[in-house]
Design a protein around this ligand. Sequence first.
Ligand SMILES: O=P(O)(O)OC[C@H]1O[C@H](O)[C@H](O)[C@@H](O)[C@@H]1O
Length: 291
Amino acid sequence: MTETVSADTIRRLDSGALYGKPGLPLYLVETPLCRAVIAVQGAQLLEFQARGDAPLLWLSPLAEFTAGKAIRGGIPLCLPWFGIPPDASKPKHGFVRNRPWQLAGTQVSSQGQVQLVFVYRHQADNLFGADFSCRYKITLGRELKLALELENLDASATAFSWAWHSYFAVEDVASVAVRGLEQVEYLDNTRSLARASQEGTLTFAGEVDRAFECAPSRQSIQVPGLITSASSAGCDTVITWNPGAELAATIADIGPHYREFVCVEHGAAFANRWQLAPGEVRSATLTLRRE
Ligand SMILES: O=P(O)(O)OC[C@H]1O[C@H](O)[C@H](O)[C@@H](O)[C@@H]1O
């Protein structure tokens, strides 16, 4: 990554210009290798498509672009906690997905991959009582590479849980199969986190909400083409989610569109959460692509 990126490769525009729903600033990245859209809020990838391939990510046609509200689809980053916190008055999945991030740098490699680095700094408050900072590198080529670096800036040891909450575009959720989780134990969020073991390939007949701790580093998702994921150490939890018809009907920005996506999320949650000493930095990576 050496050269500077030309101004027409990365353009900043309002969500109104792309989706007809004004309200949030976005970056549109167009290169000979791919096209991507990233919201400033949450540094959230909304679209990624290698040239000539089908879109990798699903963005809800009912997505809202309202400051402070999570955008349905793409890859929201859930952090500094994943799921519902013990204090239920606090937001689900933390707050960094609902806050603006700063674009700290851009570069292009000699092979044409474009890299954007986003940063977020939190100062201890009532929501989360520890200072921390995140550095999030998004590399856009024929594949998508994500790298997160989290630093505990607090004087005390602090626990963090987080996930890249990827929504993958599928033809029909009913014919999707996820491989790479066979025989792995999971917490079933549809049954108060009861433990069970994944028997065979994971399919989506109705609501599925499973958190696999200490999961293998590779999964494949048959959509019916193949999407593959490869994660590094430190990114050991996989969460699989689709609400199914009944629950989706109660979620305003999903509704009848639940058939169009599956979430196969990667991060560090439950038993895999990160316990960071004062000043400790920890990182993880995830690579996603269509084969
Ligand atoms: O609606 P959200 O806050 O974005 O959460 C959407 C879903 O995220 C994860 O996959 C959780 O395991 C689910 O329980 C949750 O419903």
